[in-house]
Design a protein around this ligand. Structure first.
Ligand code: SF4
Length: 210
């Protein structure tokens, strides 16, 4: 089984996911970055509530997030959880990136900002700046392990990212869709307790728990 066949099967099953949705009139790089920070350790529904609060208060802009009082920011992003920490991360991010030319926003640059790890950095780079970094999250590790493509779930982020990137075309749209499709599979079928019978990959999965 080839990794690109997994992509094709998932696309046939779920269709295009068209990630990352941003609100009309907002700066894509900014909204994706804030969303990527807010989504650490929580689900997307909670992130949406926090983003909606920022939009309602008209503060989802570089200038306003730079100036906003941190206590007010904490209150607005509270639905996303870990809001004390995340407010600091957002402030750090804005301070480091505001006004920087996009060519200077490299992976090393983003990783140097306190509070930003590999997955958050790659989400920002791929969905915010259209740079070719495949995102590896917990779903990706679990699914690739169960499929038998990797032998251990303790594989490093970079190693799994390299395996995937070396086996699919270097195409931003495929990177974006494939990640979104793996999240759909993880949420709907390849859960902690997997639903293998209905899973669209059950004919090619090594760990198929029929
Ligand atoms: S067949 Fe089961 S273990 Fe394999 S990918 Fe699907 S849900 Fe996961």
């Amino acid at each position: 089984m080839q990794i690109k066949d997994i992509y094709t099967k998932l696309l046939d099953h779920f269709g295009f996911q068209k990630w990352w949705p941003v609100h009309k009139g907002t700066d894509r790089f900014l909204e994706v970055s804030i969303g990527a920070i807010l989504t650490q350790n929580t689900n997307w529904k909670n992130v949406e509530k926090a983003i909606e609060n920022l939009i309602r208060e008209n503060v989802l802009s570089w200038d306003k997030l730079e100036k906003i009082d941190i206590e007010k920011l904490k209150k607005l992003i509270k639905p996303a959880g870990f809001y004390n920490q995340k407010a600091v991360y957002i402030k750090n991010f804005i301070k480091a990136t505001k006004g920087q030319p996009k060519e200077r926003i490299t992976k090393d640059f983003i990783l140097s900002i306190k509070g930003i790890g590999e997955e958050t950095a790659d989400s920002i780079l791929l969905y915010g700046l259209d740079k070719p970094y495949f995102i590896v999250d917990a779903y990706t590790k679990r699914i690739f392990y169960r499929l038998g493509i990797i032998k251990t779930k303790n594989i490093s982020y970079k190693k799994l990212q390299d395996i995937i990137q070396q086996n699919i075309p270097e195409d931003i749209d495929i990177y974006k869709e494939f990640h979104a499709l793996l999240v759909e599979l993880g949420k709907n079928y390849c859960r902690k307790k997997p639903l293998c019978k209905e899973c669209p990959l059950n004919d090619i999965c090594k760990k198929n728990l029929k």
